[in-house]
Ligand binder design. Structure first.
Ligand SMILES: Nc1ncnc2c1ncn2[C@@H]1O[C@H](COP(=O)(O)OP(=O)(O)OP(=O)(O)O)[C@@H](O)[C@H]1O
Length: 223
């Protein structure tokens, strides 16, 4: 379980996030939506332990973000908006490189299976020759190497076609429902959010997204 209590973040005196509280259980896929600049990436990077909140508490199971940062990092897979891949290396070489940096040992078959599960079958191809959707899949596969329990995905399907979006969505659904991962997922595509997420956290002043989601019957928490 991930528990966020009264979280706030300001840059200098500008309040970006104000008093957010929510709980995510194992197996939940939670959408995080809001207008540009609402603070979605800021919230994800706080949950990824990369930024400190101005106020509030966060717990992953019984571990506090204030006291157990190292242990918590092992449990988290974070995929930022920007791709972080070695373009000249093949898919295989990228997977092996990131496995070497991770806390767990995964053999080549296991690494390859992670890619196959995501329908990324270009194992021997250099990354620069892959489509945008395939690169996004590879970024996601890399974030799963250390078998995290909490996945934080910042617009993982931005700019990719419907087929790849659907494949990524199906895979995330399997990760949550069969492997009991917790997933927080940002997107500006409300249809995708509606189909994939169990509930949605809406942040920011604009009520546009909240209204669309409520109309579709999706449970919404808004801040
Ligand atoms: N290091 C920083 N210093 C000052 N302001 C920042 C910093 N990082 C982000 N901000 C500001 O915080 C606000 C929220 O940014 P953030 O990137 O979290 O929004 P977002 O909801 O993810 O937006 P988008 O949908 O465009 O990705 C923006 O106004 C941004 O300019």
């Amino acid at each position: 379980m991930l528990k966020v209590e009264s979280l706030a973040k300001s840059y200098r005196n500008k309040v970006i996030i104000d008093d957010i509280s929510f709980t995510i259980n194992k197996g939940d896929i939670v959408g995080l939506v809001g207008e540009n600049g609402a603070g979605k990436s800021t919230l994800l990077s706080i949950l990824a332990t990369l930024k400190k909140p101005t106020k509030g508490n966060i717990f992953l199971e019984d571990k506090s973000f204030d006291h157990s940062k190292k242990a918590i990092r092992r449990e988290i897979g974070y995929v930022p908006q920007d791709l972080a891949l070695w373009e000249e290396f093949t898919v295989e070489e990228n997977m092996i490189f990131f496995e070497q940096l991770s806390w767990v040992n995964r053999n080549k078959d296991e690494l390859r299976q992670l890619c196959v599960d995501m329908k990324l079958e270009k194992w021997k191809e250099p990354v620069h020759s892959l489509s945008g959707g395939m690169k996004r899949k590879l970024n996601l596969a890399i974030s799963l190497i250390h078998q995290p329990n909490l996945l934080l995905l910042d617009e993982p399907t931005v700019g990719i076609d419907l087929k790849s979006k659907t494949e990524i969505g199906n895979y995330l659904h399997t990760l949550a429902k069969k492997q009991q991962k917790m997933i927080i997922y940002t997107s500006h595509d409300m249809e995708e959010i509606r189909q994939l997420c169990d509930y949605v956290i809406v942040i920011g002043k604009d009520t546009f997204y909240k209204e669309i989601l409520l109309k579709s019957g999706k449970p919404v928490l808004s801040f």
